[in-house]
Design a protein around this ligand. Structure first.
Ligand SMILES: [Zn+2]
Length: 83
């Protein structure tokens, strides 16, 4: 799978903040991610945007509405950095 820039995106390419949060989760999991992340889902891209919405692009993947980069499911408390 690639994003709109033709780059291959993988689970292993998740932003570091997501990986670190994931490592601290001890509860039950579904499809490799903590159950509770699906209860109040939000997504983060590598540019640091965090949103409860994303663009579902058939055949391309899930894209950030702010910049078009690929997004990953992130932890419920994740917040976009303020300028
Ligand atoms: Zn973005």
């Amino acid at each position: 799978m690639t994003n709109r820039f033709g780059k291959r995106v993988r689970f292993a390419d998740r932003p570091r903040s997501i990986k670190e949060a994931d490592a601290k989760e001890t509860g039950p999991r579904f499809l490799g991610l903590p159950d509770r992340w699906y209860e109040n889902p939000r997504w983060r891209c590598r540019e640091g945007h965090v949103s409860i919405r994303y663009l579902k692009a058939e055949g391309i993947g899930d894209l950030c509405l702010a910049c078009g980069e690929y997004v990953w499911l992130t932890f419920p408390e994740d917040k976009e950095e303020e300028e």
